[in-house]
Design a binder for this molecule. Structure first.
Ligand code: UD1
Length: 341
């Protein structure tokens, strides 16, 4: 019988791509999302790609009672918990919203997993837990640094909540995936990133500038201690990232974990500068991007990229898609969106 996975935040950017990969790998999926930062029509995109209709429940994970009804209705083998607020700047302005949303949701999930005998949790963590590391690239052994935003702090705290819960409750186990910078879109361009309002993240700002929705891209700083002076990140294709979740679920449901709480870096292992992203985007899509260098963005760290060896060797997962291909997919998705509007 097919295994069934609850995907919270399943209409979001990473959640929707993961749902597609799970369905294509033969899993059944149930989505829960409060649609606070995603759209219902994403479900249509998922259906177009996979030919499958996914059960969807508009439920807020802070609502223990309604979430409990979803757990009671199905027999889940695993939960992938994406549902969370993720804008660094907003988290500084509204810390309580972030702590309430990200911590309560996780604690409700853990409570219901125990109550309904759901043993496996995959959790969305972030490279933000490393802050500006002294040594690059960062491995899972790199010490975490004090978070510089409430958002980052929720990722720290959620990892700790899971660690302590798994230690206390033998019936649950978890894999936390620390994502680096997910970008790009499904090659079909049926699903992709859907920022609301002015995008905070680099790639949606780049594609919206190329499309003429934004007049100019601001590159935040060219005076960092990096080869071209702009910040360095590890940009990971969202489909590659989605596949890491499928591998994690399989590892858990097949009883292959080596510890009851495991943490993996999910990145490419390659650091790329902001200016390199801009140039590559221009080259692979054969266009000119209007950009200017401005001052540094508060809270940005200079450079971070992953040592993904542990995920490569232990999970048997590896980032496969090139930056060229990924930036082409981002542009294709933007054009698809423009066509719809
Ligand atoms: C950060 C966190 C990441 C988190 C994400 C949530 C770190 C290292 N990363 O990503 O864990 O999940 O926030 O949103 O803490 N940039 C520009 N112009 C723009 C936008 C961005 O130059 O208009 C630059 C930034 O300075 C940065 C890079 O592009 O160097 C990527 O920025 P962004 O996409 O916002 O992601 P992070 O800040 O790296």
């Amino acid at each position: 019988m097919a295994k069934c996975v609850l995907v919270t935040g399943g209409t979001g950017y990473i959640g929707s791509h993961t749902t597609v990969e799970l369905l294509e790998a033969g899993y059944e999926v149930v989505i829960v999302d409060n649609l606070s930062n995603s759209e219902r029509f994403v479900l249509k995109g998922i259906r177009k790609i996979t030919g499958k209709r996914v059960p969807f429940h508009k439920v807020d994970c802070r609502d223990l009672t309604r979430l409990g009804h979803v757990f009671a209705r199905y027999k889940f083998d695993a939960v992938i918990h994406f549902a969370a607020s993720k804008a660094v700047g907003e988290s500084v302005e509204q810390p309580l919203l972030y702590y309430r949303n990200n911590l309560d949701s996780l604690m409700n999930i853990l409570t219901l997993m125990r109550a309904h005998q759901v043993p496996n949790l995959v959790f969305s963590s972030s490279c933000t837990v490393y802050g500006q590391a002294e040594k690059l690239p960062v491995s899972e052994q790199t010490p975490r640094r004090e978070a510089t935003s409430p958002y980052g702090n929720t990722k720290h705290m959620c990892e700790d909540i899971i660690r302590d819960s798994v230690a206390a409750y033998p019936e649950i186990a978890s894999i936390a995936l620390r994502y680096f910078n997910p970008i790009g879109a499904h090659p079909s361009a049926e699903i992709g990133e859907l920022p609301r309002g002015v995008p905070n993240n680099l790639i949606p700002f780049v594609t919206q500038t190329a499309a003429g929705i934004r007049p100019v891209l601001s590159v935040f700083g060219d005076d960092y201690n990096t080869p071209d002076g702009s910040c360095i990140r590890d940009y990971i294709n969202v489909v590659d990232l989605a596949k890491a979740h499928v591998v994690a679920v399989k590892r858990m449901t097949e009883g292959k974990m080596k510890a009851r709480f495991e943490i993996f870096n999910i990145g490419t292992g390659r650091g790329v500068s902001t200016l390199e992203v801009v140039r590559t985007f221009e080259k692979v899509n054969n266009l000119k991007l209007n950009y200017k260098i401005v001052g540094r963005r508060a809270g940005d760290i200079e450079a971070v990229w992953a040592d993904p060896t542990f995920a490569n060797e232990e999970l048997g997962w590896k980032a496969e898609k090139s930056l060229d291909e990924t930036l082409r997919s981002a542009w294709k998705w933007q054009q698809h969106l423009d066509g719809k509007q």
